[in-house]
Design a protein around this ligand. Structure first.
Ligand SMILES: CC(C)(COP(=O)(O)OP(=O)(O)OC[C@H]1O[C@@H](n2cnc3c(N)ncnc32)[C@H](O)[C@@H]1OP(=O)(O)O)[C@@H](O)C(=O)NCCC(=O)NCCS
Length: 393
């Protein structure tokens, strides 16, 4: 089996659904921009060198439907021969897409492939525009279709994750993200054109474009008092609030994967190798526990132990589930290695983009700190976990 080298991994900023800077930028434009940026950043790479584009998207319909992977291949100026696919594994879609790009390289079916993700939660709401659960099946198995926030409530209740602990975790996410943003640590962000529409004197719509270069969901002024006053959103007696849940966000990300031969041909210095990737199923009504099973399965597959890992990006779908997984994995004493620049509570969770976004963030942090092994993991709707192991080159 060949090695799959990651030579570039970039993302747009993550911006709040409806209220944020990317709310009026179509997902195709976000994705076309970041794919173009990824190719441009990869010295010597030409668009025609790319074999295929694998694009994660959790609700591939409307503006991000009709196989956005192929449409955007064309929009971004790749030649006709560069194909594109849309990959859906809900919140792991972007990571699945990178893994599929890497697998093509590893088995020798491609020398260059791009894995990425996109989600505009402003254009396409969580759940999509036309959910049509199977009538009989969903009657008996409602767990597969319940709101993700309910699954977080289930985890919090079943495993005793207190409201206070969730809020402390959320506060830490905002504090870390705010500090990282102030300190220019998000080096994986490419300043991204953001569209706004205004009305001119004649009442006609006019499009303006500004450049957005930061994640706009971070609340610098978050404090425990404010968090503790928020009402539970998903259950009257619950503990999951707007403050300790991931934010709904717009964004796109892309990662260029190459064979060793291509790395040498272009004389590039790769960032990392994708060493291993895995997914696993769990109970749908507590889908948030996914990383708890995915990370050990991944490490066993790679022949490593959790002590070997120097950095983790564990998606903060909800503080309740992230915290429970961290505790059960025995990582509570290693918070300085987990989500070091904050997570989705502060930075947002653009569903199908998240796996690709976290890859860019993890690799930037591994490079900055010289960490050999990094693990990215997330829970996935429907009851799953996904995890990937990256080794710094
Ligand atoms: C929880 C949820 C419903 C909240 O949605 P929302 O109401 O649009 O959330 P907002 O971020 O706009 O916050 C609403 C209000 O809560 C308060 N708030 C949010 N975060 C806060 C914080 N850190 N400190 C203090 N107040 C806060 C504010 O008053 C805010 O209103 P404002 O933005 O006008 O100031 C939504 O974020 C959600 O569903 N998240 C989970 C998404 C999901 O399931 N993803 C898949 C996971 S598997």
């Amino acid at each position: 089996m060949r090695d799959a080298y990651i030579v570039t991994s970039v993302r747009t900023p993550g911006c709040k659904r409806a209220k944020g800077a990317l709310a009026h930028t179509r997902p195709e434009d976000l994705l076309a921009f970041i794919l173009g940026a990824a190719v441009k950043k990869t010295a010597g790479l030409k668009k025609e060198d790319v074999d295929d584009l694998m694009i994660g998207c959790a609700f591939p319909e409307a503006e991000q439907g009709l196989n956005i992977g192929r449409i955007v291949s064309q929009m971004a100026g790749f030649p006709d021969a560069v194909s594109g696919a849309t990959i859906n594994r809900f919140c792991a879609s972007g990571l699945e897409a990178i893994a599929q790009a890497a697998m093509r390289v590893m088995v020798g079916w491609a020398d260059v492939a791009i894995g990425g993700g996109v989600e505009s939660m402003s254009y396409i709401p969580l759940g999509g525009y036309m959910p049509r659960p199977h009538p009989q099946w969903s009657n008996e198995h409602a767990d597969l279709y319940i709101a993700m926030g309910i699954t977080a409530e289930n985890v919090a209740r079943a495993y005793g994750v207190s409201r206070e602990d969730q809020d402390v975790f959320a506060l830490q996410s905002h504090q870390r993200a705010a500090e990282a943003s102030r300190g220019g640590k998000f080096t994986e962000i490419v300043p991204t054109p953001a569209v706004t529409y205004t009305q001119n004197a004649q009442g006609l719509g006019e499009q303006e474009t500004q450049v957005q270069d930061f994640d706009d969901g971070i609340r610098e002024d978050t404090n425990l008092e404010g968090l503790s006053k928020l009402r539970p959103v998903f259950a009257v007696q619950g503990s999951v609030t707007a403050g300790n849940s991931s934010q709904m966000t717009d964004g796109a990300a892309a990662t260029v994967v190459m064979s060793e031969a291509m790395v040498e041909k272009l004389d590039l210095k790769p960032i990392a190798r994708l060493r291993s990737y895995t997914t696993v199923g769990c109970r749908p009504d507590e889908m948030g526990v996914g990383p708890l099973y995915a990370i050990p399965k991944l490490l066993k597959q790679a022949g490593l132990s959790i002590e070997d890992v120097g950095l983790f990006e564990i998606n903060e779908a909800f503080a309740a589930q992230a915290l429970y997984c961290i505790r059960e994995l025995g990582l509570e004493g290693r918070m300085d290695q987990i989500n070091v620049n904050g997570g989705a509570i502060a930075l947002g969770h653009p569903l199908g983009c998240t796996g690709a976004k976290l890859c860019a963030t993890l690799l930037a942090n591994m490079q900055a700190r010289g960490v050999q092994y990094g693990v990215e993991s997330m829970c996935v709707g429907g009851g799953m976990g996904a995890a990937a192991l990256f080794e710094l080159c």
